[in-house]
Design a protein around this ligand. Sequence first.
Ligand code: GLU
Length: 493
Amino acid sequence: MSVRVRFAPSPTGPLHIGGVRTALYNYLFAKKNNGKFILRIEDTDQTRFVEGAEEYILEALKWLGISPDEGQQIGGDLGPYKQSERKTLYKQYIQELLEKDKAYYAFDTPDELGAIRKEYEARKEVFSYDAISRKKMNNSLNLTTEEVKEKIEKGVPYVIRFKMPENEDVLMKDLVRGTIKVNTSTLDDKVLFKSDGLPTYHFANIVDDHLMEITHVIRGEEWLPSLPLHVMLYRAFDWNTPEFAHLALILKPTGKGKLSKRDGIEGGFPIFPLTYGESIGYKEEGYFPEAVVNMLALLGWNPGTEQEFFSLDELVKVFDLNKVSKSGARFSKDKAVWFNHHYLQEHTSEDLLAEYKTLVDSRFEDTILLKIINLVKERANFVKDLVEQSQFFFETPTQYAEKAYKKAWKEGTSDLMVELKKVIEGTEDFAVDSVQVSVKEWIKSKEIGFGKVMQPLRLALVGDMKGPDLFEIMNILGKDETIKRIENIINYK
Ligand code: GLU
């Protein structure tokens, strides 16, 4: 049987990176096993529906390169892939459960339920609609067939509940957590169909997984408590149960609790793949999709080797559900930036040029811009860092970092700079090596330390004690601009 997995987000807003990781692990598992990765939109909860969320999810997956093989807006043989378009199917399947006496109609009004909850509270107990309490409630188990029929015909509102079997041990296997045992007496009779005539998440989810021939359900651990109900539903239908793998949470940088939007705001890192409202996304913050994929892959899975850099294709080759961690993985902004640094270095300067050009106001030709990118790239984590670190090429410094100036500008520096200017003026060929030879020979002939000249020269050209090799800088600036900057610092103050 070929592997089929699905990512089943609800369109209730943007995708949290925890959700992105779930999608990624599904994708990797499918590809590793020559299977199919399916995108299903779970929109049965109309009250939480958010316009545009579906498009956001598709865009985000596309940007990351995690493309579904089948699914909403993609197509496939087992659609529709959006639950709101599958309503008639759910009706048909709930009918089957009702006929098999595995589900029942419940007519209890909100007021009745409220009253009984209060009664329990007064006894310091918690009400649960279950195998015991169902016997006293207003449901089809306690009414005659005629009474039920009459109520339905009259339009009395009802829900349909699952008739959870009493006192059965359920053994479940989770590929991440191993065997889990639960007794059905601890479970309640969950609502499968709501009074609005729509199925609940649980019911639609298992019907769809069955009809879409899903072999492995890989999802977040927040769904682990629903697993016994899902397994019992499969049994009620006499369907084969898929394999399950519940992924541990991505944790806050402190390691305590689930990573939230607030952590992103406080820690200065994105929580969503793409910008959503006021929340800036990984893409817009300047992260490469390869960096996000690599970082997320390692948040909860480890290859069992020292290797840390993986392309999506390499991940497909080595991904293994058995190596997914049982405990939560702590998010680290430094690590995210570190991955981006790596992928920035992997990109050629030619790759980076187009974006760089949109961010600098430049009079330089592409060949020069490429040289500039090459010079500053090593220290950059993002394309925007390239811009910041190369700003001095485009703007003549008008001020100098104060501390650095005090340190570099001594008695006699001004005279030295006047002489240096002459040396540079006399250098006919302005290639990096030629300027270097003339300046260095002149310094040697003066029998002074290099720093005495190079430090004020750096200040003159860059405005601060930072930046790449000075001879490279001079070569790019050209003779006239170099001389102009030396004159500026001589005349400063
Ligand atoms: N619609 C659920 C969600 O939003 C899917 C859970 C599952 O994968 O079963 O996460």
